[in-house]
Design a protein around this ligand. Structure first.
Ligand code: NAP
Length: 287
């Protein structure tokens, strides 16, 4: 690996910049987090988000509901948060219990407060080339590429994974940067044929460790591994066989310590951006 980027350090530095911006511009962003049930993993993720927010001057409010909450109650809460002028961002901690209609809940969020960027409206804005708020994980990938000073224009980019959360939004973010993109998925035949040609390879399959081995990547490629796979020993892995691949390529993100480091940062950035969008919207409405 000839390029170096410490994502933990980057997160620290970027959070500090955001803190300074919030202070300098006397912003008072507020993020509402909706939690259903009390799964350990969700508790940890929420604690991390609230801690980061608190450190940089974003207030959080936690709206907790029991595991058996009904759809109507959640929709009502989202409606309340949508019209509350003191709330700038609304975030639903996923996954939520299966009796709930996740898509309906997400789409009930005002797109101007949709800090996860997952409403159909915001994904549509992205596809139409006029993004408002974009999803946090793809944003983290774009930040890493920017930090690496990676020239995306005209480059061959291969994305593995076509989910609404990662692959699809990433496709459009990269398209806006003039990349030539191939989107692979579980039905793609001969994956290696595509990965071997990639100047930039972004993997988000999450099905098995070492899906991507050194013989599948181009020398000097840049590889961003989004996946988080937990093995029987509770150890975390990505899609990429990191130890062998890192010897061949220009850069590959580690797991843990890579993309995952930046998703909380992206949520904080989106919350500040949401407040700016709302201010602008109020001003335009008054004119
Ligand atoms: P997902 O909804 O399960 O999507 C996985 C995608 O990968 C699907 O499009 C699937 O194809 C494709 N795929 C699966 N196995 C494949 C294979 N062997 N070859 C080619 N394509 C394959 O998952 P997701 O929500 O996008 O998340 C993907 C991974 O990223 C997971 O490990 C998740 O934990 C991780 N993640 C990490 C972060 C972070 O902060 N670092 C954030 C979000 C997600 P089909 O569409 O054909 O099924």
């Amino acid at each position: 690996m000839s390029l170096k980027l410490d994502c933990r350090q980057l997160k620290k530095e970027e959070l500090l910049k955001l803190k300074e911006k919030i202070k300098k511009e006397a912003l008072q962003p507020v993020l509402a987090i909706i939690q259903v049930g009390s799964v350990d993993a969700s508790n940890i993720y929420i604690r991390n988000k609230r801690k980061a927010a608190d450190e940089i001057g974003i207030a959080t409010t936690l709206c907790s509901f029991p595991e058996d909450v009904c759809q109507e109650q959640l929709l009502q809460k989202i409606d309340e948060l949508n019209i509350d002028p003191n709330v700038n961002g609304i975030f639903i901690q996923l996954p939520i219990p299966t009796h709930l209609d996740e898509a309906e809940l997400i789409n009930r969020i005002d797109p101007k407060k949709d800090v996860d960027g997952l409403t159909t409206m915001n994904l549509g804005n992205l596809v139409s080339g006029k993004p408002l708020l974009t999803p946090c994980t793809p944003n983290a990938v774009m930040d890493i590429l920017e930090q690496l000073n990676c020239d995306i224009t005209g480059k061959k980019v291969v994305i593995i994974g076509r989910s609404r959360l990662v692959g699809k939004p990433l496709f459009h973010l990269l398209l806006q940067k003039d990349a030539t993109i191939t989107l692979c998925h579980s039905k793609t035949e001969n994956l290696k044929e595509y990965t071997l040609n990639a100047d930039i390879l972004i993997t988000a399959a999450g099905t098995k460790k070492n899906l991507i081995t050194a013989d599948m990547v181009k020398e000097d490629a840049i590889i961003i591994d989004v996946s988080i796979i937990r093995d029987e020993q509770n150890k975390l892995h990505g899609d990429v066989d990191y130890e062998t691949v890192k010897e061949k390529v220009t850069y590959v993100t580690p797991v843990p310590g890579g993309v995952g480091q930046l998703t909380v940062l992206e949520l904080m950035k989106n919350t500040v951006q949401a407040q700016e969008i709302q201010k602008q919207y109020t001003l335009t409405k008054k004119r």
